[in-house]
Design a protein. Structure first.
Length: 642
């Protein structure tokens, strides 16, 4: 019977734009999943989406769609991104799935019937983006301590979970199980900052919005995100639902891979929920670091997110997978740098690995018509390369078990570097000049091809497509590309014919990339200068591209995140448009109601400080004042301005 292995990523909030940070976590989980499958394990790799909550409801309302319609579109994009990144999950859970909702209702009822959930009132500071309540003392500069955004005072009836009842038991579990929270710095943070000072009970229901799983015995309450979202790790295994019953096989999970910003929820709330349900705790929760840019963490609000799809289009999937796993030690913060990505691609992938394959296959075709000679005898010069290949496999195993992806890749590349040096030491191009040296030449090329076979298996979890291309060129498959087959040296089959293929990684011309960057800088300077110059002449055709319509302002509210902005709802005839405008300094909300304004209706929607704007109202300004362009008379909203 196969050993089982269960690995998960957090379920992602359906964001309009996933960035390289989300990709980092899921690529790491996919790499570990592939490694364990290669080792012969029966693996369950889980990922998915967290689709309930107030912020989803608000975003859907802004777009004029139902919350389910809103998340359906984004989930489709997320799955497409995972396909692009060659991520092969075993199950994709959505918290709107019927089976998940069924289980969450039963979990809530179980905890309530045990007396671990009770009804009370909550009053405190609430951060909508983080879906978290905070006390006054936890705020930083009167803002959310996690995301730094504005919080608002809220009071509502709610159910609470008795976290404090299980706190001592959790502290003991963490102290007795040294690998439960990794890295150790994260464990110390959870103990010293949250558990040892004393836990407060957790709010687990809400009444201020509807988009959530209903509390069956109390109409008006919906299950709050933490019981809902965190339960996915067991609902996906069929816990308290009709899905295939996999709890006995895969639970407890071997590792939850998560970002350090959600560590508290996974290492405190989730284990306590499991204790209350009398279920085993996960074996390990690993909180990895962030991918940073100059100036700090990537975020949509800063406009500094890195789109993985664009990077894949420029450099390829495997180059990106290799870069994030090699360059950034898992567990620590890493700094994204596109120059480093290019350098890694050129140096490690094109020069080291690509050239090793190309030189070996080319010489085999040249001197032996592509057929690798049978291994017969050894030379002492070969011992080092053979021994290193075996040692490398063991080292990779050791590093992978500790989720040290960067160290595992570093070990593999030492073997690749040694193999390139071995070519220089054995000088096969000189051996090939004299047919009497061909037995020794055959031995050298056999050793190099065997190293390539071993490397092809070793890199499969990290770069599956590259691995397949490499192994295809040296023409091995089946039992010759298993983990067991690389535990010893000399298993390359007899009489196999190699076939040279395309370069694994064409070199990136750095000068071309530099020219592109300089062109972007020039374009930005030109755009900046254009703002101070007179605008160019246009034709009537250019005017026809602009959809100008009369609109009536039906509501105006202050922007929650920007003092200078107002959020307007404008009737443009066929619909109500939401437009964010920087006119708060010049107009009060009440004076705007009923004004007829000119609206650009075909402007591409943009997100302004967290709220979508679907157009622009026209105004004229000088240094000291601003006036909206309005119209008199009985012109109806929606009429075209021409």
């Amino acid at each position: 019977m196969k050993k089982s292995y269960y690995i998960s990523t957090p379920i992602y909030y359906p964001s309009d734009k996933l960035h390289i940070g989300h990709t980092y976590t899921t690529v790491a989980a996919d790499t570990m999943s592939r490694y364990k499958k290669l080792m012969g394990y029966d693996v369950f790799f889980l990922t998915g989406t967290d689709e309930h909550g107030q912020k989803i409801e608000e975003k859907a309302n802004e777009k004029g769609v139902t919350p389910k319609e809103y998340v359906d579109c984004i989930v489709k994009d997320i799955k497409e991104l995972w396909d692009i990144m060659d991520i092969k999950y075993d199950h994709f859970v959505r918290t709107t799935d019927d089976y998940h909702e069924e289980s969450v209702k039963k979990i809530f009822n179980t905890l309530y019937n045990k007396g671990d959930i009770y009804k009370s009132h909550y009053e405190g500071w609430y951060c909508t983006p983080c879906e978290a309540f905070w006390t006054e003392s936890q705020l930083v500069d009167n803002k959310c301590p996690d995301c730094g955004r504005e919080v608002r005072q809220e009071k509502e009836e709610a159910y609470f979970f008795k976290m404090s009842k299980y706190a001592d038991r959790l502290i003991k579990h963490i102290q007795d199980n040294k690998d439960f929270i990794k890295p150790d710095s994260r464990k110390n943070e959870m103990l010293n900052n949250f558990l040892l000072p004393g836990l407060q009970d957790l709010c687990v229901s809400r009444t201020s919005f509807d988009w959530g799983i209903p509390v069956e015995f109390d109409k008006g309450h919906v299950v709050y995100v933490w019981i809902d979202a965190l339960s996915n790790y067991i609902t996906a295994l069929g816990y308290l639902n009709k899905n295939p019953q996999l709890m006995e096989k895969f639970w407890p999970a071997d590792v939850h891979l998560i970002g350090k910003d959600i560590l508290r929820f996974h290492t405190i709330y989730w284990p306590i929920m499991l204790m209350a349900l009398d279920l085993p705790l996960p074996k390990q929760i690993f909180g990895h670091g962030w991918i940073l840019l100059k100036g700090g963490k990537m975020s949509k609000s800063k406009g500094n997110v890195i789109d993985p799809v664009l990077l894949v289009e420029k450099y390829g999937v495997d180059a990106l997978r290799y870069y994030v796993l090699r360059e950034m030690p898992f567990g620590s913060d890493g700094v994204y740098n596109e120059d480093a990505l290019i350098n890694r691609t050129n140096s490690d992938l094109a020069n080291d690995l690509g050239n090793l394959l190309s030189r070996t296959v080319s010489m085999t075709e040249k001197y032996f018509n592509g057929i690798i000679p049978t291994l017969k005898e050894k030379d002492p010069l070969d011992d080092e390369i053979r021994e290193l290949a075996i040692v490398t496999t063991r080292e990779v195993e050791k590093y992978m078990e500790k989720l040290e992806f960067s160290n595992a890749l570093s070990s593999i590349w030492k073997l690749i570097a040694k193999s390139n040096k071995y070519i220089d030491e054995t000088t096969p191009w000189i051996l090939g000049k004299d047919i009497q040296n061909h037995p020794r030449l055959g031995q050298v090329l056999y050793n190099l091809t065997e190293v390539l076979r071993i490397v092809g298996v070793l890199i499969y979890p990290f770069m599956p497509s590259t691995s397949c291309k490499l192994l295809k060129q040296i023409n091995v498959s089946g039992n010759y590309i298993t983990w067991e087959s690389i535990l010893s040296f000399g298993n390359y089959p007899d009489g196999v014919k190699v076939t040279k293929g395309d370069q694994l990684f064409p070199r990136i011309d750095i000068s071309i990339e530099e020219i592109k960057k300089q062109e972007i800088v020039k374009e930005k300077k030109v755009e900046k200068n254009k703002k101070t110059e007179s605008k160019k002449e246009i034709t009537i055709d250019d005017i026809d591209k602009i959809d100008l319509r009369i609109g009536i302002i039906v509501s105006a509210d202050a922007h929650p995140n920007a003092d200078k902005l107002l959020v307007l709802k404008i009737n443009v005839g066929t619909e109500i448009r939401q437009i964010v405008s920087g006119i708060a300094k010049f107009y009060s909300c009440e004076k705007l109601i009923g004004k007829k304004v000119v609206v650009i209706c075909n402007l591409k929607p943009v997100n302004l400080r967290g709220i979508e704007s679907e157009g622009m109202i026209l105004a004229a300004s000088n240094k000291n004042e601003l006036n909206l362009i309005t119209t008199d008379g009985d012109i109806e909203p929606g009429n075209i301005v021409s």
